[in-house]
Design a protein around this ligand. Structure first.
Ligand SMILES: CCCCCCCCCCCCC/C=C/[C@@H](O)[C@H](CO[C@@H]1O[C@H](CO)[C@@H](O)[C@H](O)[C@H]1O)NC(=O)CCCCCCCCCCCCCCCCC
Length: 490
């Protein structure tokens, strides 16, 4: 495959048009197609790379290199991006097959490669699902215009589009279950090191039991061995007053011992059967909390409950608000009072949501109810509050991913996050405020920023940030879909 793509160079030159050629497992690029004979500007063997489809920009495709660096590319259309993703995935598989044939290795190939492929496939599923959802939304808009007069016809077609939408979800859920089975196979026939691609597929709130927090392990390394967790009963402590009685929760740092905890703590609680179930480790995510004591541990406790596998397209209200409320104080704790404007901005938006709480169990219901009342465009609306809160959450997600998955320095990670999420919505005054704040908060290592004491390895914080980034990306994606499929941005 060959063709022109935009390639990110740097903050001065930005995106530059380059000619790319994928041939015999090697992706190379040139200034132009005329330059091919003269020699390439750079090349990489796809067998060592991981193509990543950007979750929100459907023209973006990034190439993760073995060195942890990334090549940022942009196609002119989403279908062109899809063609490149498919071509790169096929070239990667062909290269791996050729390598295996040369090495004479048996069919049981490096499991991690298989899991990475499955992860890539999962991302492609996600991308196609989002495309489908957008196309359904566009179809609904068209159909509304055409069948305004014939309400029966409109209802029939609307139920059809809802059917397609739920089919997408069940395809995705089925795929997640396939991934679970794959993880089991990997963990059973694996050499004990955690497969690279193991995904926490069931968030704590989905499994009827919460994972017992195993005794803290020795200083963690990124690839710790996956061991089956013994899972025992967990009880939900009494909920804070304003939260929905069923979804509210307070997860203590350790499993409360019933005998020592006063019975009043268990009033109005959801109690679970006493039996003990042991599940293979892939069903119980490698719980980041066990790794040690960082400022991120409280967030790790609540964030896994925000999006559940049983409602993968919904945001659970109580866990979402509990998690979001942790960010403002964390900001001040980490970066000082210079971040006070952000703290008040985040709290202001949380309040906009909380004033419309009513009895909504999910954020989706609250926002749709507000739209139904025609109140979603008011500045004090929950819809506007969530719009900006989601941008902040997206900032944090990219920042965490930059630090943990791409090994960036804090300043670079923050700059990348700002460029993608907030800068497009800021005037020059706020942009200069950002530059000022960034200068005040740069120059420290991850360990200095996030680890409460010297004994805790920076790796611990990085693992927690990677987990948080994954969970935040689910939230950002759901909110984006909610706003796009209900035309809430216009
Ligand atoms: C490494 C530290 C980097 C810190 C830099 C963060 C970026 C700061 C950008 C400057 C924000 C200035 C303050 C707010 C500006 C507001 O004007 C703007 C718009 O506000 C919205 O206006 C609407 C009306 O127009 C109104 O309806 C709405 O309610 C209101 O919100 N607000 C924003 O742009 C949002 C800014 C929030 C920025 C939050 C960024 C969080 C930074 C987190 C850093 C890392 C966190 C620690 C790691 C955590 C790991 C889990």
């Amino acid at each position: 495959m060959e063709g022109y793509l935009s390639k990110w160079t740097n903050y001065i030159s930005g995106w530059k048009r380059r000619y790319f050629l994928l041939n015999q497992g090697v992706l190379s690029y040139y200034l132009s197609c005329e330059e091919v004979e003269a020699g390439c500007r750079g090349s990489v063997q796809v067998i060592h790379c991981r193509p990543i489809s950007h979750p929100h920009d459907h023209c973006r495709l990034d190439i993760a290199l073995p060195s942890k660096r990334c090549i940022y590319l942009k196609a002119s259309t989403s279908s062109e991006r899809q063609q490149w993703l498919v071509a790169l995935a096929n070239a990667k598989m062909e290269s791996e097959d050729n390598k295996r044939e040369k090495e004479g290795s048996n069919v049981w190939v490096d499991r991690n490669v298989d899991v990475m492929r499955l992860k890539d496939k999962r991302n492609e599923f996600d991308t196609n699902r989002q495309l489908l959802l957008r196309q359904i939304s566009a179809l609904k808009t068209e159909v509304e215009a055409v069948t305004k007069s014939n309400i029966d016809e409109f209802k029939r077609i609307q139920s059809l589009s809802l059917l397609i939408s739920s089919t997408c979800d069940s395809i995705l859920t089925t795929f997640d279950e396939c991934l679970s089975i794959t993880n089991i196979m990997l963990s059973e026939s694996h050499d004990g090191s955690e497969p690279m691609g193991t995904l926490p597929l069931i968030t704590p709130s989905d499994s009827p039991f919460l994972p017992r927090l195993p005794a803290p392990r020795a200083q963690s390394s990124r690839s710790t061995s996956a061991t089956p967790y013994e899972v025992t009963e967990e009880t939900f402590l009494s909920p804070p007053s304003y939260l929905h009685p069923i979804t509210s929760f307070t997860l203590s740092n350790s499993i409360p011992d019933r005998s020592s905890t006063p019975s009043s703590c268990y009033e109005n609680c959801v109690t679970l059967p006493d039996d003990t179930v042991s599940l293979p480790s892939p069903f119980v995510p490698p719980h980041p909390l066990v790794d040690g004591d960082t400022v991120l541990s409280p967030i790790c406790q609540s964030i896994g409950f925000v999006v559940t596998l049983s409602e993968p397209d919904k945001i659970q209200m109580a866990p979402f608000l509990k998690t979001s409320r942790q960010f403002p104080d964390l900001l001040i704790q980490l970066f000082g009072s210079v971040c006070a404007p952000m703290k008040s901005d985040i709290l202001g938006n949380i309040c906009k949501i909380e004033t419309k709480l009513e009895n909504h169990k999910t954020l989706n219901e609250l926002i749709l109810a507000e739209k139904w009342r025609g109140e979603h465009k008011a500045d004090k609306s929950a819809t506007i509050g969530l719009l900006w809160l989601n941008r902040s959450i997206h900032f944090i997600q990219i920042y965490c991913s930059g630090l943990s998955d791409n090994n960036l320095e804090s300043e670079k990670a923050a700059m990348d996050a700002y460029q993608v999420t907030l800068m497009p919505h800021h005037n020059w005054v706020v942009k200069s405020l950002f530059s000022f704040i960034l200068k005040q908060t740069s120059g420290r290592s991850v360990h200095e920023i996030f680890c409460k004491n010297k004994a805790t390895s920076a790796d611990v914080a990085l693992r927690q940030m990677s987990y948080i980034s994954q969970e935040l990306l689910k939230i950002v994606t759901i909110v984006d879909d909610l706003y796009l499929s209900n035309n809430l941005l216009n």
